[in-house]
Design a protein around this ligand. Structure first.
Ligand SMILES: NC(=O)c1ccc[n+]([C@@H]2O[C@H](COP(=O)([O-])OP(=O)(O)OC[C@H]3O[C@@H](n4cnc5c(N)ncnc54)[C@H](OP(=O)(O)O)[C@@H]3O)[C@@H](O)[C@H]2O)c1
Length: 340
């Protein structure tokens, strides 16, 4: 039985990966099995389930229990008549958790924890964001090989080459919001749009969020951003992230100067780093990160490198904070199955 659930769960995860990365909802896939374990149907949204009497639904995430744009997935499954629901990881969502309980209450058998490790890895960003009730924060900077993000006159645009800059646009497009500081807006007047090779706007544009007390000029390029703009007029980073969470923003890409980046790291709010390194030396004091209050090596913030990519002459190093690293729970299956 376990083997056939795992097989179906692999397919559910494959289907989930076809869903959109951005947006408030997790990527979820579902497969329906008949009594012989044959795949009967594959659905990318549980709400599409119409008639599933007597079938087993294998879903990558515990069916949700809350009323959003559509009704709860758990109710859709009950109404469709499934006899058993198999899922990988529990929904940690504040409002959406509790689907398994609702299913059990309606007499549906529930099996949890099937391929939990794979699902946890696949949904890591969404799950972490839902558990912490704040978005996943990726901090990006482009630096010379000696770690400087600007020359002494403040110029910093075009440290890296075309391929690296194109990769940044892709990373923007895979985010829900771009976070920057008033210092960067006033110094560089960036547009922060996600653009393709030919400069065309990509279909998904993350909303720019400007943190800081100063107002940004009325003629700033950001004011013409296609996704609008969130001007916080605040320096309270925890409050800003909590507000973004309430707007269903799960992935934040930070493109800010050293002041904001240092504060995010100091306050433990940076989950991931995307560091673009250009083969150039700048010297001087425009470092990527300022004082973190670290006085000795043993206090250094340890990171885990998750990727190294060569982009033209530049290199992109991706790393996660140890505290934000992928936590894998033991794959213990919990089941109230009647048959073994
Ligand atoms: N190489 C790169 O990747 C890169 C990327 C971006 C920028 N840059 C360069 O960085 C330089 C700008 O640096 P920057 O440090 O001034 O820019 P920044 O970090 O983007 O903005 C700094 C401002 O953010 C506000 N702020 C918001 N939250 C804060 C908090 N918790 N604590 C303190 N301040 C907070 C403050 O302004 P208020 O007074 O308004 O509150 C502060 O002056 C420019 O030369 C730019 O070209 C380089």
């Amino acid at each position: 039985m376990t083997e056939r659930y795992e097989h179906a769960m692999r397919r559910a995860l494959e289907l989930a990966s076809q869903g959109p990365v951005t947006g408030g909802n997790p990527q979820v896939g579902a497969v329906l099995l008949d009594a012989d374990g044959r795949t009967d149907a594959e659905v990318d949204a549980l709400t599409k389930v119409a008639d599933a009497r007597g079938l087993t639904a294998v879903v990558s995430l515990e069916p949700c229990n809350h009323y959003g744009h559509t009704g709860p997935c758990s109710v859709a499954l009950i109404e469709a008549g499934v006899t058993r629901v198999v899922y990988a990881v529990a929904d940690p969502g504040h409002e959406s958790a509790g689907g398994a309980e609702r299913l059990r209450g309606a007499g549906v058998e529930v099996v949890s924890g099937v391929l939990a490790d794979e699902a946890e890895r696949f949904l890591h960003i969404w799950l972490t964001s839902a558990r912490r009730q704040r978005p996943w924060v990726t901090v990006k900077w482009a630096a010379s090989l000696d770690g400087r993000v600007a020359a002494s006159d403040g110029s910093s645009q075009w440290i890296t080459g075309t391929a690296a800059r194109q990769r940044v646009h892709e990373q923007r497009a895979a985010s829900d919001a771009i976070l920057t500081g008033t210092g960067t807006v006033l110094a560089d007047d960036p547009s922060l749009t996600a653009r393709g090779d030919a400069g065309e706007l990509m279909p998904h544009q993350p909303v720019p969020v400007v943190v800081g007390e100063r107002a940004i000029p009325t003629d700033a390029q950001l004011r013409r951003h296609p996704a609008g703009i969130i001007e916080t007029r605040s320096r309270d980073l925890a409050a800003v992230l909590s507000d973004l969470d309430s707007r269903a923003i799960r992935r934040v890409f930070v493109e800010a100067g050293p002041t904001l980046v240092t504060e995010l790291v100091r306050q433990g709010l940076a989950d991931e780093f995307a560091v673009y390194l250009a083969p150039m030396l700048l010297g001087g004091d425009r470092l990527a990160i300022g004082d973190l209050g670290i006085t000795t090596l043993a206090q250094g913030r340890r990171l885990t490198v998750t990727g190294v990519e060569r982009l033209g002459d530049d290199v992109l190093v991706t790393a996660v904070s140890e505290a934000g690293g992928v936590s894998i729970r033991p794959a213990a299956y919990s089941t109230d199955e009647k048959e073994s």
